[in-house]
Structure formats: structure tokens, C-alpha cells
Design a protein around this ligand. Structure first.
Ligand code: ADP
Ligand code: MG
Length: 458
């Protein structure tokens, strides 16, 4: 794709003068003279600017310290530019080899494919489209996922999938990745959890390496980030994240995002980011219907070695309404038991074997409810569940509520932490341990907790 717009080299040259002026103001005369003045504009083609420097030492230094600034000023001047490269001029003989590599482009970094392999998380081979059972609650999400995986282009960006725990978001994302790789093995797909993404991202920020960070995604065609509800954080981090996100979209990378809530309902995320997330296609997975639950059970039962009768499958579809993960769990348990005893299992046995599952599914407790009940019980304000106050009178009940949230809901530790005033998941772990410890040594405390559990579960 040759750029045929109005951006010819002389215009680029003029922009370069402006950009240099701005950089000079920013970094001061001395730094400017040592590092920026030596840069020469060599070329502009294919939306890439090439600058040259006399030695590879200077080049390295500029890339580490100034390339970010150069890019940010220049990109603002000219939205068409999507990369700025720095090469070493030919007369530096000692660096001829490096120059060749640089000019050849791709080989410049060790091997981008290796980077992707290490950064992308493993895919579950069972999470395919064929193994995904479709019904009313998930048909939109399924259709959108198929569309993205079949299209060489970017049909909607981002694709935002959301729905409760265990409803198949991760399954669909992996299925997209499998399908794309099957259709066109050359296309590069990265799948990772939002936590992992943020980890890498924050590391890059800390080492002032965001340019390299973005660079890693340059050769990617599809980037999937799972569970973005865990992305929240300091404003500056979000700010950077927002830019990275935008630049990926501008480069026409397909982004696929999942979360447990819609973009509007995501907490701890800046308004701009929230609205940007909703720009593409937002597809939700609704709670499963009885038909779909039964359909999933039947499909999964066929793959088991031991048979489970259809009236039992119907019973399970009626009783276990929470999510597919629990349905699968129940089925696997029954199947394991049936092969152990070597015969088909009866409904009575099922009730017994799945006592815990059936009970927790009967009544779903959520974090709000826990916070409310626990606050009432200990006579504190509900708002103290998420306040910064640390006095024992509020800290202990808060720990109890965290403990109950961990044990009575299927929420993850980071999610629980966030719901308690954006606390870290390690705080939740600490609370859980503390409450366990107290229950063991303080009888009346243990009775309090038991009472709360009974109240919440009844
Ligand atoms: P989420 O990421 O939304 O929490 P997952 O994708 O991890 O949920 O799904 C949980 C389990 O349920 C996985 O084993 C997945 O294969 C299975 N599952 C979810 N939805 C379906 C479906 N429609 N058909 C078959 N299996 C499903
Ligand atoms: Mg998931």
C-alpha cells in the first residue's frame, strides 16, 4: 500500500522542522544538540518515516530516550504516519550489517514470532466453535465471533463480548483464535488475560518502554484481551492504555475484548475508555435458558464414556441454573461416579452426589447482599465496606464480608477486592486467612459467621 495522499517528502520535511522545534523546547538546547540535531530525514513511504543517524550507538540511545517523543509529536502532526524508523547511515562501515538488517525491517528485532509465542497464553483445544452449543442467550455473541474469525478484514472494532461467569466468553475467544489459525496460519493472533496484559503494560511503563510495548503488537492481526473488568488502575496507567488501545484500532488491528459487564457498567474505568470500548459491536451472553442448559448437557454427555439417562440430564438442567461451568462439573462428577460403581446412576444418587452444587444453585448470593447483611449484623454502615477506614470496628466486618464473598459466590479474588473499595486481591487473601484463623480459635466469632452464612443461604 503506497501512500498516495498529499504527504510527499517535502511536506514531511516541513513537518520534521516543526517536530524538531517542539522537541527542542521540551528537552532543551543541550540535549537537542547532542541527540536530535544529528537525525536526518531519509525517506517517507508506505506511511513510514525513516530517519538516519551516523552511528549505532547514537541510534540505540535515541530509540531508548527520544523515539517516543519524536513519534508522539509527529503523529499529532500527521495522522497518516504509522511508524518512524531510525537507521544508521551507510558510511558507518562497522555497522553495515546492522544497517542491512534495519533496512530489511522485520529482522531488526530478534524474531517477532517468538515474542508473540511467549506473550500469548495457551489455547484450550476443546474450546472450538463445533463444541459450542448455540441457543437464544448466546446466538449474537456466537455469530459475532464467527464473523470475526471468518473475515480477513476488521468487521467491527472492538468486538466486545460480555456476560456472567462461566457463560462461554473464554470459550468463544479461543474458538475465534483456533478458527483464524485454521483458515490462515499466517495471521497472528494474541490471546491473553487483561491481568497479563496490564502486567506487561505496567512493566513497560515503568521502564519507559511503551514504544516497544506497542511495537510488539504491530505485527499482530488480532489481539484478544479476556476479562477486562480487571483493568482499572491509576489514571496515568489508564491514559497510556487508552492511547495504546486507540493506536491499535487505528492500525486496524482486530481487538476482541471480554468482560463480565457491559462497557457502560464497567467500574473504575475512565469515561472516554468506556465509550471507546462500546464503539464496535457489543454482544452479550444472557443467562442460559433451560433449553440451552439441556442442549449443552446432552452434547457433553455424548462425549462421556459412561451413559447418563435423559431424565437425569433434565433434572440437572432444571436445578443447576448458574452457568455452564457448574453444569459441566456436575456431569463430570456423575460420570466419574458411575464408571467407578460400574452402573447407571439413579436420581436419588444424583441428589446425594450433588448436594453442595444443588444447594448453591438454589440460591445465588451476591456481594452486595453479603455486604448489606454483614454491615447490619455488625452495626456498621454499608459504605464502610468500601471505605478506606482501618479501625478494627469496620476492618473486621469487612474481612468477614470478603471471606463470605469468596466462599458463597463464584467471584474471583481481584473482583472481590475491587468491590471492596478497589482493594488488592492480596488483601482479600489476607482477609480469608484471617477469618479462617479466627473461626478456629474463637467460638463466638465462629458462631457469628455461621449465623451469617445461614441467613445468606436461606
Ligand atoms: P467465561 O469465560 O464466560 O467465564 P468459559 O468460556 O470459561 O466461561 O466457559 C466455562 C465452561 O463452560 C467451559 O468449559 C466452556 O467450554 C463451557 N461452555 C460455556 N458455554 C458453552 C456452550 N454454549 N457450549 C458448550 N460449552 C460451553
Ligand atoms: Mg473466562
Amino acid at each position: 500500500m503506497v501512500n498516495e495522499g498529499p504527504n510527499n517528502l517535502s511536506e514531511i520535511q516541513a513537518q520534521w522542522v516543526t517536530v524538531r522545534g517542539k522537541i527542542r523546547q521540551k528537552i532543551g538546547d543541550a540535549q537537542f544538540a547532542s541527540w536530535i540535531k544529528v537525525l536526518t530525514l531519509e525517506d517517507y513511504s508506505d506511511q513510514k518515516v525513516t530517519l538516519s543517524v551516523p552511528s549505532s550507538f547514537i541510534r540505540t540511545r535515541i530509540i531508548e530516550q527520544y523515539l517516543d517523543i519524536i513519534k508522539s509529536y509527529w503523529y499529532v502532526q500527521n495522522l497518516k504516519i504509522n511508524d518512524i524508523k531510525i537507521i544508521v547511515t551507510k558510511n558507518d562501515k562497522t555497522n553495515l550489517e546492522e544497517l542491512q538488517k534495519t533496512v530489511l525491517g522485520k529482522k531488526e528485532k530478534k524474531n517477532p514470532q517468538d515474542v508473540f509465542k511467549s506473550i500469548s497464553s495457551d489455547l484450550d483445544s476443546r474450546f472450538t466453535f463445533t463444541n459450542f452449543i448455540v441457543g437464544k442467550p448466546n446466538e449474537l455473541a456466537f455469530a459475532a465471533a464467527r464473523r470475526v474469525s471468518e473475515s480477513e478484514d476488521v468487521p467491527f472494532n472492538p468486538l466486545f463480548l460480555y456476560g456472567g461467569v462461566g457463560l462461554g466468553k473464554t470459550h468463544l475467544m479461543h474458538a475465534i483464535a483456533h478458527e483464524i489459525k485454521k483458515r490462515n496460519p499466517i495471521r497472528r493472533v494474541i490471546y491473553m488475560s487483561a491481568e497479563k496484559f496490564m502486567y506487561h503494560f505496567i512493566k513497560a511503563l515503568r521502564f519507559k518502554n511503551t514504544v516497544d510495548f506497542k511495537e510488539q503488537f504491530r505485527n499482530v492481526d488480532v489481539l484478544m484481551i479476556d476479562d477486562v473488568q480487571f483493568i482499572s488502575g491509576k489514571d496515568s496507567t489508564q491514559e497510556e492504555f487508552f492511547h495504546t488501545f486507540n493506536s491499535l484500532i487505528d492500525q486496524r488491528k482486530q481487538l476482541i475484548i471480554s468482560a463480565d459487564k457491559s462497557p457502560q457498567d464497567l467500574e473504575g474505568i475512565e469515561e472516554r475508555m468506556r465509550s471507546r470500548l462500546g464503539w464496535g459491536l457489543v454482544a452479550d451472553i444472557h443467562p442460559l435458558t433451560y433449553e440451552l442448559r439441556l442442549g449443552i448437557l446432552q452434547a457433553k454427555e455424548e462425549k462421556l464414556s459412561s451413559r447418563i439417562s435423559s431424565n437425569i440430564l433434565e433434572f440437572l438442567a432444571h436445578k443447576i441454573t448458574t452457568n455452564v461451568r457448574e453444569l459441566e462439573g456436575a456431569l463430570n462428577r456423575l460420570s466419574a461416579f458411575s464408571s467407578l460403581v460400574g452402573r447407571e446412576i439413579s436420581l436419588d444418587m444424583v441428589q446425594d452426589l450433588l448436594k453442595d452444587l444443588l444447594k448453591s444453585s438454589q440460591r445465588k448470593v451476591n456481594i452486595e447482599e453479603i455486604q448489606k447483611k454483614v454491615s447490619q449484623h455488625f452495626n456498621i454502615k454499608v459504605s464502610d465496606m468500601s471505605s478506606a477506614r482501618r479501625s478494627r470496628t469496620v476492618a473486621r466486618p469487612r474481612q468477614v464480608a470478603m471471606y463470605l464473598s469468596k466462599n458463597l459466590t463464584s467471584r474471583s479474588l481481584p473482583e472481590i477486592g475491587r468491590r471492596f473499595g478497589n482493594r488488592d486481591h492480596t488483601t482479600v487473601i489476607h482477609a480469608v486467612k484471617k477469618v479462617e484463623e479466627l473461626r478456629n480459635k474463637d467460638v463466638s466469632f465462629d458462631e457469628d459467621v455461621q449465623l451469617l452464612i445461614r441467613m445468606l443461604e436461606s
